[in-house]
Design a binder for this molecule. Structure first.
Ligand SMILES: Cc1cc2nc3c(=O)[nH]c(=O)nc-3n(C[C@H](O)[C@H](O)[C@H](O)COP(=O)(O)OP(=O)(O)OC[C@H]3O[C@@H](n4cnc5c(N)ncnc54)[C@H](O)[C@@H]3O)c2cc1C
Length: 393
């Protein structure tokens, strides 16, 4: 087994680290904080724009979309170097990783020009309108309706989304709607790009346990919202394919962020008792297992053998191992875990709040990983049926 990268990939890494060493924003310029996943401070917009212009934003993209036609392995070391420095390439992760990526895959040239490129250049931010009060894990049950009006030039949208991260700060919503109520539920769904200033769109941000001061979640209501037919992304009634592609964009290298969290926990968790040491050893083994499995999946994808259901194993292992380790670190810290900062990791001035906090806060944040992008129960079902081939329950 080869666990090193070839010379071409290492040369790519060297070029990128030289860029980072020269161009990282100075600490004095980064005081402005981000308050939601679609709120991008001015300095961070400048940073993302620089990455776009230099082809370092999403290196796998062609130059006109912020990349340099890099290979998958090169894209991986790019993320490794970013996370080593605890830098985001964008403070609107769903805009960059899901929405712009979906528009580049499924959108028309006009949609790419109007939304994808401005999102990539940090001139616009975007939010993802999938989940509804009655459709989370079972996304295909969504009931927000879009009806073609009169001459077919407009959709009229009515319904509600929930958990829409950053919607109150976003310029555009990638929204999944039901366009054929009579078709089987996976078949009557379409995808619309809806600018948030369209009359009839109401966004109501609400707090969460982990960020009571920074509102990120939203309920979004659509009341007779008129959307031009040219905002349809992908073919009519084929939104399920777009949704699958959107989440696929999110999943490919998702395990890497869990791997980073595990490395941070290994640095910060201070085992004192024998039991703590046992937990610490479990964390160390889980971290190693995730990295090896992740690299194996990466090598397969680089050979063109990508196995999408197998990515569920990585998501499940990564998110749950992080959660278990944070819970145990909290227990080991005792009552102090509620109050005191729990980080000893290097100070990361660009977004230190993501890494700092009490052990309780760090534990509470891990629930995002086991719920968003498909809950652990849903991942287990995928692993059972599509990876292990067990009979359907
Ligand atoms: C941090 C975060 C950010 C998010 N951002 C967005 C966003 O930007 N846009 C968006 O659209 N959504 C977003 N979501 C919503 C997310 O996609 C949903 O929370 C998720 O899909 C689960 O849906 P639900 O909350 O409705 O739970 P439900 O689907 O109601 O599930 C409730 C419980 O039942 C279990 N369950 C459900 N069905 C099954 C089954 N078939 N078998 C076994 N168990 C089952 C689930 O595992 C869960 O434990 C976000 C969520 C989080 C936590």
């Amino acid at each position: 087994m080869q666990l090193t990268f070839d010379a071409e990939v290492e040369a790519f890494r060297t070029e990128f680290t030289a860029f980072l060493d020269t161009h990282l924003p100075a600490e004095a310029d980064t005081a402005e904080r981000s308050h939601s996943t679609a709120d991008v401070p001015v300095w961070a917009r400048r940073w993302q724009r620089l990455l776009f212009d230099e082809g370092w934003l999403l290196p796998g993209n062609p130059p006109e979309f912020g990349g340099r036609n890099a290979t998958l392995m090169q894209s991986y070391v790019h993320l490794e170097e970013l996370s080593r420095r605890r830098i985001y390439h964008s403070f609107n992760p769903q805009g960059l990783g899901i929405i712009a990526a979906s528009l580049l895959t499924f959108g028309t040239d006009e949609q790419k020009r109007r939304w994808a490129v401005p999102i990539l250049r940090a001139e616009m931010t975007a939010a993802l309108g999938m989940s509804e009060p009655g459709a989370g894990s079972d996304l295909a049950s969504l009931s927000t309706r879009a009806e073609l009006a009169g001459d077919g030039s407009q959709f009229v949208v009515n319904g509600q989304k929930v958990w829409t991260s950053g919607a109150h700060d976003a310029d555009v919503l990638l929204t999944f709607v039901r366009t054929d109520p009579d078709a089987p539920k996976h078949k009557g769904i379409s995808c619309l790009a809806i600018p948030t200033d369209t009359p009839g769109v109401t966004r109501r941000p609400f707090g969460s346990l982990t960020a009571p001061d920074d509102l990120d979640f939203n309920e979004v209501y659509f009341d007779d919202v008129r959307v031009p037919a040219q905002n349809l992304v992908g073919p009519l009634n084929e939104g399920w394919r777009v949704a699958g592609g959107s989440l696929g964009h999110e999943r490919t290298l998702l395990w890497l962020s869990f791997s980073d969290r595990m490395d941070e926990l290994l640095r910060d968790f201070r085992p004192l008792t024998d039991l703590d040491k046992d937990w610490y050893a479990t964390l160390a083994m889980d971290a190693q297992a995730l990295r090896l499995l992740g690299l194996r999946a990466l090598a397969r994808a680089a050979r063109g053998e990508q196995d999408v259901p197998a990515l569920s194993v990585l998501k499940l292992l990564g998110s749950e191992a992080v959660q278990k380790a944070a819970e145990r670190a909290l227990e080991a810290a005792g009552p102090d875990g509620l109050a005191h900062p729990a980080t000893t990791a290097p100070y990361a001035y660009m977004h230190w709040e993501d890494f700092a906090g009490s052990w309780f806060q760090r534990y509470a944040r891990t629930f995002a990983g086991t719920i968003a992008g498909g809950t652990s129960e849903i991942q287990r079902t995928i692993v059972a049926e599509r990876v292990l081939g067990l009979p359907r329950g």
